[in-house]
Design a binder for this molecule. Structure first.
Ligand code: GLU
Length: 254
């Protein structure tokens, strides 16, 4: 009877169409998350952690009553839209910026964090602007908003794209590129972990991170619920506490 009331279907084994109802029915939410983007989604000593992971845990707890009821699927910047639209994951929480091109094919919640694109260079480097990359080599991460920015602001740069952040950072380490353009929030993780690198002060964009969902009627209830949860996390200071935990001095422009 409970199933009938909740999901309006006569067969209790049949998953409901509405995604929020389906998540509750199966008692599990499948979340696409990064594993290469410290401090947002990364693995340390076998444990998945980070800003996005804490957001995911809060959301899981609010929807299912227990933060452990999430199943995590690792996505990259390049795979996350197809992982979402193919149904491999229910939602994506993966340092993903809202932009109009993406909004044509997926849906977004309200933002939960704002980053900005920046350049990371070696301390010894003479590069001081994105324009100076026009005669040099720039590293980017495939599938990120940085791809577009580099083509706009340094159209003559030799651009080398990598599928994940560690590979891109290796390019810089090995002097195969002169700089990497990416979100300051993620570059910050590399500066903390590696001596001899710095993030230049300029920010070229504003990146509004949001949770991504599929488009369509069956995702509407879930989107509303996620927006409610994010608003609540904002109002209660929870989001700020997560920020302080993972990004203790980003405001100093590390
Ligand atoms: N926020 C940027 C984007 O959505 C880059 C960070 C990333 O997800 O790798 O493309």
């Amino acid at each position: 009877m409970v199933f009938l009331g909740l999901f309006g279907c006569t067969n209790p084994n049949r998953e409901p169409k509405d995604l929020l109802a389906r998540i509750k029915f199966r008692n599990k939410i499948i979340i696409g998350i990064k594993s290469d983007s410290k401090p947002f989604g990364y693995i340390e000593k076998g444990e998945l952690k980070g800003f996005d992971v804490d957001v995911a845990k809060n959301i899981t707890k609010r929807i299912l009553g227990d933060e452990e009821l999430a199943e995590y699927v690792y996505v990259t910047a390049d795979s996350r839209i197809s992982d979402l639209n193919s149904g491999k994951v229910d939602i994506v929480i993966a340092t993903m910026s809202i932009n109009s091109k993406r909004a044509d094919i997926i849906d977004f919640t309200i933002p939960y964090y704002v980053a900005g694109q920046a350049l990371i260079i070696k301390n010894s480097s003479k590069i001081n602007s994105i324009e100076s990359l026009n005669t040099r080599r720039a590293g980017i991460i495939l599938g990120t908003t940085g791809e577009k920015t580099i083509r706009q602001l340094a159209p003559n740069a030799t651009v080398i794209g990598k599928k994940n952040y560690n590979e891109a950072f290796d390019l810089l380490k090995e002097d195969k590129v002169d700089a990497i353009l990416a979100d300051d929030s993620i570059l910050y993780g590399f500066v903390l972990d590696n001596k001899g690198y710095k993030i230049l002060p300029a920010r070229y964009t504003k990146e509004y991170y949001a949770i991504a969902l599929r488009q369509g009627e069956e995702n509407k209830e879930l989107k509303e619920e996620l927006n409610k949860i994010l608003n609540h996390m904002q109002q209660t200071g929870k989001l700020n506490r997560i920020k302080e935990k993972w990004i203790p001095n980003l405001h100093k422009g590390a």
